[in-house]
Design a protein around this ligand. Structure first.
Ligand code: FES
Length: 316
């Protein structure tokens, strides 16, 4: 992770909340209030080897005294979650960046939430909020087994009639037709979970003309819309230009030229590197911006995205 606002936090508690899922409560070392956040926000957590992982905040946004994150131990992951499970204990210090929010809860009269596994974490806070506002909502929550599904009881305690738990070993996959067939176009659909669920939700919502917001933890498969060719990037504040060759990212080339772009995931999923575009047309290859945001062309994720025009002018 390059230049960032980092906070040292202390682990107040760690609690197993489902099979392979541990919840950490994190407190400011010096006391005081933590930065504000809204449902859908995530933080960057710096793990032992310096690797940075993104975790959704799943506590109460009104509680400025602590953050809560839930970490699924990924047995075939890159080691970040295993380090947190094995090495991070009550009383330890951890460095956290953010919070950032690219999965914002839009106001509306009704919602359908689709969760797969640990994808429940950003939706949990959204559900608490929309329920408190009196909006209509339903949750369709799939997991491998009942024991692997974090916060199932908390969700049922909010309103069990609206919560549909779908353990795969008992009921198979989430029935998207059942979840979506009876909802109207005013409904907001939010989905977080494995790529297979998100892609199925994208197809199902597109067929029904429904608005869908998603959050991915791994990059979506993309067919690049243009060939990977060189282009220029101009720094608006100085007028300096760099050439981004095929096979290199804008963020890397700018970093080499001494222009720091804040990065974290470097794969287009976290939104940390988002930068304003002042001129030129981005070739979006990220998994963060919505179709509308990409079409607007005024923002880019320079860790993965490129340019459709000979030159991009960035607000740096
Ligand atoms: S660094 Fe994560 S989207 Fe660019």
């Amino acid at each position: 992770m390059s230049r960032a606002t980092h906070l040292p936090l202390r682990v107040g508690s760690r609690t197993t909340v489902a099979l392979d899922v541990v919840e950490f409560e994190l407190y400011p070392v010096e006391g005081g209030a933590l930065p504000r956040w809204r449902p859908g926000a995530h933080v960057d957590v710096v793990t032992g080897a310096g690797a940075v992982r993104q975790y959704s905040l799943c506590g109460d946004p009104a509680d400025r005294g602590r953050y809560r994150i839930a970490v699924l131990r990924e047995h075939d992951g890159r080691g970040g979650s295993a380090w947190l499970h094995e090495q991070l204990h009550q009383g330890d210090l951890i460095t956290v960046g953010g919070p950032r929010n690219h999965f914002r809860l839009e106001p509306g009269p009704s919602y359908v939430f689709l969760a797969g596994g640990i994808g429940i974490t950003p939706l949990l806070t959204m559900i608490r909020q929309v329920d408190a506002y009196g909006a209509s909502w339903s949750l369709h929550y799939g997991g491998r087994t009942r024991g692997s599904m974090a916060y199932a009881e908390d969700l049922q305690a909010i309103d069990a009639r609206r919560v549909h738990l779908i353990p795969f070993d008992e009921r198979g996959l989430i029935d998207l037709a059942l979840a979506l067939d009876s909802v109207g176009p005013e409904t907001h659909v939010y989905c977080c979970g494995p790529e297979s669920l998100i892609r199925a939700a994208e197809d199902a919502c597109a067929r029904r003309g429904l608005r869908l917001r998603t959050e991915r933890f791994s990059p979506k498969a993309l067919a690049p819309s243009t060939a990977d060719t060189p282009f220029a990037v101009r720094i608006a504040s100085t007028g300096a230009e760099v050439v981004v060759p095929a096979g290199r990212s804008i963020a890397d080339v700018l970093g080499e030229a001494g222009v720091d772009v804040l990065t974290s995931c470097a794969e287009g999923t976290c939104g940390t590197c988002e930068t304003a575009v002042l001129d030129g047309c981005p070739d979006h290859r990220d998994s963060v911006l919505t179709e509308e945001e990409q079409a607007a062309g005024d923002r880019i994720l320079p860790c993965v995205s490129r340019s459709r025009t000979r030159c991009l002018v960035l607000d740096l």
